[in-house]
Design a protein around this ligand. Structure first.
Ligand SMILES: *Cc1c(COP(=O)(O)O)cnc(C)c1O
Length: 375
């Protein structure tokens, strides 16, 4: 504990860059690493009063990862992985992804000038890949599931010597992801949250946030720790089930799917760490239906202006569920991690709660459409 306390103090952080590199002494990187100018992390914590009232909690803040470099929490891990690859002289980087990891790895690979190879499951929509393609990544749509894409990517890295950025394979990703928890510690410093809600697919995000919070406590920068609420989609919830049974029973991908693509992981690899992190925090798991996710997405946008992708809106839906189940107390102060922005996931069923109105370029027509008296 004291060994850690010497490497970073609150006063060091006052002068530190407003990026995740502020935690440099605690990251597995040289101090003059090649990514130090990349604007990753230090995303805002946004007060959401009207949404708090709607969900029935005393206070709600949104950790808005849609403001990250490519619009998702994955940037934290991708940036760190690509820096390590670049500084080690890797010839290429690769990952399997449901979309966000691919886009963020491709963007940082472009910044570093390294070729990127991306493997996505066959069902991935084109819109989720647009930025990866624009950044010059070689994208392979694997005729199969995410698990099969992951296996192919990992074999390819072995055969061709590429640097592997696969979640639950690369041990450094959690070091990038922990910066999200470290930021929550600093940003919640004056008024600590009781709960932090995080949506869960493979389980790496919630485990990373937990690790960051724990390190900030070990550093004695904070003396509190929030309880973690893991949220899964009801139709793909093997980790929520393992949380109560202690046993992982992977689902078959056939017949088990959610429109929240980024958490559509029927056979998660990192479930033990996710379960352990939530247990240690004295937290809980809930599941939410796709309808509840769609409603949370719309409510969040209408009441805060923040546009979440479905997987991210699941955290908000999970808070509502946890309040009604009596897991979260109505007097609680809660943070919802908006792990990814909605622009990454256009083209799904959630996008058009209303169609734009068609109108002639004429003020009287507009007034009529608005149902007002024309002058
Ligand atoms: C990846 C992702 C998650 C879940 O993270 P896991 O590490 O798979 O649990 C949640 N939301 C978004 C937007 C993501 O991209």
């Amino acid at each position: 504990m004291l060994a850690v306390a010497r490497v970073l103090t609150l006063s060091d952080l006052l002068d530190a860059p407003q990026t995740q590199w502020r935690y440099g002494p605690l990251l597995p990187l040289e101090s003059r690493h090649s990514g130090r100018d990349w604007p990753v992390g230090w995303t805002p914590l946004i007060e959401a009063r009207a949404l708090a009232a709607e969900l029935g909690v005393r206070r709600l803040r949104l950790k808005d990862e849609s403001r990250n470099f490519t619009g998702s929490f994955k940037d934290r891990a991708s940036a760190l992985a690509v820096v390590r690859a670049a500084d080690a002289g890797a010839g290429a980087v690769a990952c399997a992804s449901l979309g966000n990891a691919a886009v963020s790895m491709a963007a940082f690979a472009a910044a570093a000038g390294i070729p990127a190879y991306v493997f996505v499951p066959g069902s991935t929509r084109d819109g989720r890949l647009a930025r990866a393609l624009a950044c010059g990544a070689r994208v392979f749509r694997v005729d199969g599931t995410y698990q099969q894409a992951w296996d192919l990517c990992t074999q390819a890295c072995e055969r061709f010597g590429w640097y592997n950025r696969c979640c639950a394979y690369n041990p450094y990703l959690v070091e990038g992801k922990k910066t999200g928890g470290m930021e929550l510690a600093e940003q919640g410093y004056a008024d600590p949250p009781d709960w932090v809600a995080v949506s869960v697919g493979d389980g790496c995000t919630v485990a990373g946030i937990a690790k960051g919070l724990r390190q900030m406590r070990e550093l004695e920068i904070i003396d509190w720790s929030p309880r973690l609420l893991g949220v899964q989609a009801a139709s793909v919830a093997p980790i929520a089930a393992a949380f109560s049974t202690g046993i992982m029973e992977p689902l078959s991908p056939a017949g088990n799917a959610t429109f929240a693509h980024s958490i559509n992981v029927p056979a998660p690899r990192n479930w033990r760490k996710a379960v352990a992190a939530v247990r240690r925090s004295e937290g809980g798991f809930v599941t939410v239906t796709d309808d509840q996710i769609a409603r949370a997405l719309s409510l969040t946008a209408r009441l805060t202006g923040v546009f979440a992708e479905p997987a991210a809106a699941a955290s908000v839906a999970g808070i509502a569920r946890a309040v009604s189940d009596g897991i979260i107390d109505r007097r609680a102060s809660v943070v919802a991690c908006i792990t990814g922005g909605g622009l990454a996931d256009l083209g799904g069923p959630q996008d058009r709660p209303e169609q734009p109105g068609q109108i002639a370029p004429d003020i009287d027509a507009l007034a009529a459409a608005l149902g007002q008296e024309t002058a």
